[in-house]
Design a protein around this ligand. Sequence first.
Ligand SMILES: C=C(O[C@@H]1C=C(C(=O)O)C=C[C@H]1O)C(=O)O
Ligand SMILES: NC(=O)CC[C@H](N)C(=O)O
Length: 980
Amino acid sequence: MQPRPRILFLDAYDSFSNNITSLLTTLLDADVFVLPIDDPLLCEVEAVKENQNGHHHHNGNGSHHQQNNGSTTHGVITNGATVNGNGSVNGNGLVNGSTNGTVNDTANGTLNESINGSRPASANNSLPINGSASNGPLNGSLSSKFTPSLSRLRTELSHYDALVCGPGPGHPDHDADVGAMRLVWQLADNDLLPVLGVCLGFQSLVAACGGRVGRLRRGLHGMVREVVHRGRKVTAEEGEGDVFRGVGRFKATLYHSLCGDVGQAEIAQADWEEGEAKWRSLGKCPDLIPLAWVEEEHGEDGLGETERILMAVKHRTKPFWGVQYHPESVCTEQEGNKVILNWFREAQRWNEKSGRVPVRDGHALARAARKPSLLSQLVAVSPGAQRKWWETLGANPTLRSLTVPLPPGVQVPDIVDAVEGHSVERIVLDSANAAPAASRADVRGRYSIIATCLDEALRVEHHVGDAYATVTASAAGLSDKVPLVAYDGVWGLVAALHEARRVPAEGEEDTPFIGGFMGYVTYEQGLHDIGIPLEQPRPHRRPDVSLSWVTKSIVVDHLQGVIHVQQLNAEGEEEEMTTDGWLDKTASVLRSLGGSTRSLRDTPELAPRKNRHHPPRLSIQPPKPDEYETKVRICQEYIAAGESYELCLTDQTTITRPVSDLVLRTSSASPPPLKKRKQQQQKQQDSSWTLFKTLRHRQPAPFASYLRLGGATLVSASPERFLTYDRAGLCSMRPMKGTVRKALPEVADGITTAATLEQAERILHVPKEEAENLMIVDLVRHDLHGVCGAGRVKVPELLKVEEYRSVFQMITVVEGLLPDTPADAVPPAAAGAANGERNGQNGHAKPVGLVARYTGLDVLAASLPPGSMTGAPKKRSCEILREIEGRNHERSLYSGVVGYMCATGRGDWSVTIRSLFRWDDELVRVVDKDEEGTEKTHEVWRIGAGGAVTILSTPEGEREEMFTKLSGPLRGAFGEGVCL
Ligand SMILES: C=C(O[C@@H]1C=C(C(=O)O)C=C[C@H]1O)C(=O)O
Ligand SMILES: NC(=O)CC[C@H](N)C(=O)O
């Protein structure tokens, strides 16, 4: 029997690589292995030394080598004089900037970063708008010290039947962008093997054969075009090696700014039209035979000139092929798969003819296309070590729950006030738009989840830059720093803690959450996870991951009109539970809520005006419109240079006002005594909790949330689901891209708005918006493929327009099925007594042999930061955005995620957007002009907003979009009267 063919994929840090390996695996029935273009093990020994301990570390993200990114410098373009990180608070008369020494070390540098302070020394002072075609001002170099070794590459290649050189950001003339790819074309005849170059890989082949790689007139990212080829007309004789032979017409997705120039502009128009000339090699590149083109019309009505874009080539004598389009994109038509099949048939034929047999034994460097599971990593590192308190505390829990009716008119905040009135720390995940009147059924949330008794919960916190995580049980007075090496990072620790407390699924549940982790993850944790180092030292000690293992929770089912009160009891804790009585007490408090009209009285809009406090004076610093537009242009310049396909540019607005909440320490705060809390709570007319109640009422969103955890406070009206997964391992992501403001009567400023869903659909179903969305869809497919594996990702819903309170949004649903779905999805244990009380006796025997099991956490850990907030390709785009948004600027909670992972394995996470956040350690001293120069301490709220910039964006349009997104949470929380 023939062994399964093996293909090596050289990964150039694209965000679509896993889609390509999936396509190759399923289509060619081959085993596909992945090696980054700058893998340290491909380097000469000197370079490998830099890789600290020399061990070959895959962070599992498919394309990121954490050790080898020490000198990641990009984009020296910047206009230092006009682009600073943020509007500066100092610019405002009310805020004199005399910041309190201990608290002004903000993460974001807004308060104290000078305009030029954070620019790289090499920054030049002019915009690179007129950068030359290939060697513009962007010398994107991943690692300048990297030297791939031809002999090492040769040895590695000997193991495979064929090689695919992947797409990626940058330019084929930049060594660091193509890494080892560049050496492939120089292989001696004896070492040759069949190669397919895709996009950047294709351009690298063109460049190696004498072609020039210049810029397209306008980049074509996420654009779908007809690929012109000879297909069925090709005769057997002339078509030898023509991988388009027998292929019908098809359209393909393009992702490029650069294009191969083999001299096609010199072909006379008549010869071009006549047809034969475009299939012949040209004097400039005698070795390359063109196989396909895209003919791009420019100018109105197609009357302008046609741009001849080379789409595919084969080498005249060597087994090299290349395609410029992306065969793996969700929008490349199926017919295009035949090209890949043809290529592989040609490849195998070439191997046969030349007697080449891949070496089947020996050690290859590349890894499998799918990353190993978090849990499998654990077992490898800590076999049967001594158990620590945080490993056993609350392990193997048992669920008890009561269900009570949801009294009519009672809202989520009423429940929180009744049950958690005196708690300082809170997590409330609120389907604020659950009422039928608040939204259309397709976007309505069903459940709300409230964490209670957070001081009893086990908490995991991690600050990027630390080699440990802090595990705390504050009520029990326990706290430990857990070194993360043994867990392969914070996600391994979280997976281990979850695994020890896992409750076997009971089949169809009527609650999404019975207890488990709840909390947030910052954008910076995501940057770390994809191998982007943060500037060190960071100016704060705030946690980037803060998750609490919640054992006492309340789930509101808005559809069924019931409330589940649930408690997870640790092994042997049942006795104590009866004395604690939390379950019964809480249920009776909730029952007594019925009949009360408090929620109506508490609704800010209905509260009599005179009873309201005078709103505290706000000082608002929005981004400067012209600076934002400049940043959009810089983004577009990077895109035109081939460095990115789409960049989600964002900025932050700061709002300062007198301190309203009780201030907590940044991490692991133990709440103040109850008496003090009660006093505080009473004073808090304008507390963050009130801001949340106001915002949820004005901007009812399916993923609203309120978090007060450690020193972080988040008030969110997010409409965007990041990731959900069920107990059967079905993962679903819902990237949102394409935004149009709803026409409100008071808005008459000439901005594109839509009043109805139909109008919004017309506005959003245009090439620019669809491309924006499609690019993120392909990126999200890549993230899911990296965990779920080949052939396990689908797109059930593409480019759907949805209606929210103040905007319309275009969304796509991408689904993936986890490998090795839980082996313990066993029949339900005793499923509950009468009267709505369930008492799941899940037993204590943990199934064994599940070490390789994947969970939703694997997907979460592999997919941050959310692709809809970065652009594509993710890593390079994040690096560029850091240059533009400010190297020391942290997006922080904004662009991160908030959500939960239930003890049974189900989870749901939203993207933190349309929200405001505050850190307790960020305070400013302000001179109050009205009160004769008295100094006051103000808290600082931040609202992030932005949007995806593509080559088709306009600076004004992007600026408008950013302000539209900003005004939702700003006015929603602080009042309609707030002006920018
Ligand atoms: C960047 C934001 O939103 C993101 C960008 C969107 C877009 O470009 O259309 C839409 C939703 C979000 O993924 C924001 O709200 O600040
Ligand atoms: N998708 C790609 O490989 C892009 C290649 C190159 N960076 C370009 O923009 O043209």
